[in-house]
Design a binder for this molecule. Structure first.
Ligand SMILES: Nc1nc2c(ncn2[C@@H]2O[C@H](COP(=O)(O)OP(=O)(O)O)[C@@H](O)[C@H]2O)c(=O)[nH]1
Ligand SMILES: [Mg+2]
Length: 201
């Protein structure tokens, strides 16, 4: 059967899909964050830390962590019916850095998760996104028992540009993570608008 133009049903709303990276040091909460919001069962490859991996995967200060993500975390969240985010967790260990450039292709922005007990573990991710001019936001994952520092001290320690948003979050909490993700999208939009303005003026 052939339908005329007027009989054709309204096209379904095609959501805009955006790609967001989730980076940060080993144990910063990337797998937890993706798992907390994803509508699809997170695709992840966790492996038990073996004795062989122990010298490489330093777990000091990361209580109760005996698995490590070998490949990556992947998840999806619908923020609005017309806005879907795909989340890609970057591998935390240095030996998987070769995957980052592939992952970063086409990313709108990134979240750098930071654990204030091991802040230096997030330096590499901050450097990476700065160097590639990928807009990012820092999410300070508030672990129980970790000292709380004023945002200004964390900013200073990470040497963040004043335009980079820094938010406190709980990677286990869906609403908290949603706020972080909305923050990244807003920041990336503002960043893109600034760049356009810089080009046209
Ligand atoms: N208390 C607390 N624990 C967390 C939080 N986020 C993650 N964890 C725990 O910290 C450990 C490391 O988190 P994980 O998501 O595996 O870190 P990843 O290596 O960055 O993927 C896990 O045992 C989590 O359950 C948080 O916001 N608060
Ligand atoms: Mg992980």
């Amino acid at each position: 059967m052939i339908f005329g133009r007027s009989e054709r049903g309204k096209p379904p709303v095609e959501p805009v899909t955006l790609k967001i990276l989730v980076a940060g040091g080993f144990g910063a909460g990337k797998t937890t964050l993706v798992g907390a919001v994803s509508e699809i069962k997170p695709l992840r490859t966790e492996e038990l830390l073996t004795e062989a991996g122990r010298p490489v995967d330093d777990t000091s200060g990361v209580e109760g962590k005996n698995t490590t993500t070998v490949a990556m975390d992947f998840g999806r969240i619908t923020l609005r019916e017309d806005l879907v985010l795909y989340l890609f967790g970057t591998p935390g260990q240095d030996r998987f850095w070769f995957l980052w450039d592939e992952l970063a292709t086409g990313a709108l922005g990134a979240v750098v998760l930071a654990d204030t007990r091991r802040l230096e573990d997030s330096f590499a991710a901050v450097d990476y996104f700065e160097r590639r001019s990928i807009p990012f936001l820092v999410g300070v994952n508030c672990f129980d028992g970790a000292a709380r520092y004023p945002s200004q001290s964390v900013r200073a320690a990470l040497d963040l540009d004043p335009s980079v948003p820094l938010v406190l979050c709980d990677a286990r909490d869906r609403e908290s993570v949603k706020e972080v993700l909305i923050g990244v999208v807003q920041h990336a939009m503002a960043y893109a608008a600034d760049r356009r303005a810089a080009v046209t003026t």
